[in-house]
Design a protein around this ligand. Structure first.
Ligand code: KIV
Ligand code: NA
Length: 267
């Protein structure tokens, strides 16, 4: 019986050895990555990655719960964090608490993540005070794509950088155990990391962050297009093409199924 990493363990890693994390949506990939990551995020990016949606806006609480259950079944060691999807938490602290409770009860995960800064600080405090560990998410927040006018790097102007710093301060002060810092200019990610007392998890941010996260399919080389901040550590799309091409050839020339793949009658 392996003990799961907890939100409290992650919180204690501020300024220490970098925190390793990836997104995870499926039981099998969760099992493969479990020994290597400190936490895995069931991100609402699953709408785009698994379902081909253009944004994360259409993702529902039911979708997050279904994939959260799969990831919990597949993993046993890493902390599992599940995203609160657009529309499931912004209205009020009470609405956010109800959504977070559904996620925690129905998946068994150890924490939730929500996007937003100063405007969500009261909600973060409400949840944390009632037993829900919250990971924040500041900078480029994809659920706000329609008010930001696109997936745009944040903090390029002084005013924009000040706003993200104020958001990071507010989320940390509200009791979040860590925060994702996404899509900001490098010096801003560094400044946030130096300033807040909780771990920062960078994506399109800075090597100075207390940890890093990437979308698993992006770093495996499975996603057709990836942003500049992604490094492809593998080339899974090519491996799938090769395998499927070999399978198609073997079916067509009847070399598959072979002797070893068929059942013999009992004699
Ligand atoms: O949904 C997601 O994958 C995320 C990470 C990129 C931080 O929120
Ligand atoms: Na997300």
């Amino acid at each position: 019986n392996i003990r799961r990493v907890t939100a409290v363990d992650i919180r204690a890693r501020k300024g220490g050895e970098p925190i390793v994390s990836l997104t995870s949506y499926h039981a099998h990939t969760a099992a493969i990555i479990d020994p290597f990551v400190d936490f895995m995020l069931v991100g609402d990016s699953l709408g785009m990655v698994m379902h081909g949606m253009e944004t994360t806006i259409p993702v529902t609480l039911d979708m997050m719960i279904l994939q959260g259950q799969a990831v919990m079944r597949g993993s046993k060691r890493a902390l599992v964090v599940v995203d609160l999807p657009f529309g499931s938490y912004e209205e009020s602290p009470a609405v956010a608490f109800r959504s977070a409770v559904r996620i925690m009860k129905e998946t068994g995960c150890g924490a939730v993540k929500m996007e937003g800064g100063r405007q969500m600080a009261e909600t973060v405090r409400f949840l944390v005070d009632r037993g829900v560990p919250v990971m924040g998410h500041v900078g480029l927040t994809p659920q706000a794509i329609n008010t930001m006018g696109g997936f745009k790097v944040q903090g390029r102007s002084e005013a924009s950088a000040e706003a993200v710093l104020a958001d990071a301060d507010a989320i940390a002060a509200a009791g979040a155990f860590a925060m994702v810092v996404e899509g900001v200019v490098e010096p801003l990610a560094r400044a946030i990391t130096e300033r807040v007392p909780i771990p920062t998890i960078g994506i399109g941010a800075s090597p100075a962050c207390d940890g890093q996260i990437l979308v698993l399919e992006d770093m495996l080389g499975l996603s057709p297009r990836v942003p500049k901040f992604v490094k492809r550590f593998g080339s899974l799309a090519g491996m799938i093409e090769e395998s499927v091409s070999a399978y198609a050839g073997a079916v067509r020339d009847r070399s598959f199924p072979g002797e070893e793949n068929v059942y013999k009658p009992k004699t």
